[in-house]
Design a protein around this ligand. Sequence first.
Ligand code: ATP
Ligand code: MG
Length: 459
Amino acid sequence: MIKKLLQRVFSKKDKPAKHETTQPNGRTKKRADTGAKSISNNTHGIDRRLLSNAAVKTTEGLQKAGFEAYVVGGAVRDLLLKRRPKDFDIATDATPEQVNRIFRRSRIIGRRFRLVHVIFGDETIEVSTFRGSHLGDTADNQVADSGRILRDNVFGNQEEDAVRRDFTANALYYDPATEDILDFHNGVADIQAGILKMIGDPVTRYREDPVRMLRAVRLSAKLGLKIDPATETPIPKLAELLSDVPPSRLFDEMLKLFLSGHAIQSAVQLRKHGLHHGLLPLLDVVLEQPIGAKFVNLALKNTDARVLAEKPVSPGFLFATLLWHEVLVAWQRYQKQGNRPIPALHMAMTEVTDIQAEKLAIHKRYSVTMKEIWGLQPRFEMRVGKRPFGLLEHPRFRAAYDFLLLRCESGEVEMELGEWWTKFAETHPEERLNLLKNVPPSNNAEPRTRRRRRRKPTA
Ligand code: ATP
Ligand code: MG
């Protein structure tokens, strides 16, 4: 039994394939029959030193074991655009199990799309096996009636792998050993012309995976590429297909979109393409109310500035800002129905997060942060007694205070309130009592004092 298992594990099928690319002269002759252009370093000019060590070690490890391995996708595109890639993905003809066996610190992940994470210190390299055609319905490969691909795990060759990528700019394979790029769909020329173009028929490709519409918008905003007309035109008509996409995928994509450092531009583009309406309730309100738009624009500008300065950004804070105006509307409604302010706010918070959870699976840890930030807002108005001191000590004070400043800047609350809190937080502790004495009376929400019933005097 064990012998059989071992035989299966080390069967011929698993033996490393003959390496095709690392010939002594570094050329890639074998490629002529695949229809790919091999573009040498003299032409594309990528500086190999901009690759991370981990990416180079991964391709070297795979190539030494006899497999093909390339840096692929966004990293090659970004390097051609002279941008520093965020991360490096590798494509190979080795199966996930084979990759896993080569690298001690690696693990197979994913269900819809099985791939391997190879870990080097704090860097993780994603290695995926060349994928094949998704036509036909098998256990590894399922397509819904709408044309959406449900499972996509059939391995294929490199040419097939290139066809199933989304944009020509994303279907480039860079071999760090030869420094050549293999270009199956004219991606290098498109990048040089500043164009983002779908591979194949755009309508079919959007039906297969509607998230590609969001990717088109995000990548064009982030990279300053123009979406090719044939790629752009069908988007508004197909926008409603997004409602079919599992919420968790939508959430991941929204997070990428808003944390790209180009959130404002992305939001404008989403709106232009009709991708924000109804499908992403998050953005319905955001972009359609004057104060809401002002508040969100400030928040997104802030986020963009932080991302570009490589400062950390909190998704919980970001989503709290995107949803605040929905919370405000619901809060007022609950108060009009006769609820007291604080319980009304909590009802509004629950309502808004529940609605969003249906469409966008906002992770619990983010919704907890969001609710804390919102829930602390009324406490900024209570500038009497010990209350401000308690708020200052709250673990979420900083985030809630930053949120308050955005509310002030957008005109939703008096600037005076934000300025007072800035002084209060920054001043010497002994000075704080003085600040409290100077609170303008009209802006000072008194805590409700409970009337004590007078006890009847005992005899
Ligand atoms: P980013 O810079 O934001 O990471 P990216 O293009 O690298 O952009 P990833 O999500 O990291 O985006 O995807 C890596 C590669 O996988 C892409 O460049 C593309 O080739 C392919 N890909 C990703 N998503 C899709 C999709 N929905 N359909 C087809 N190919 C995709
Ligand atoms: Mg990427």
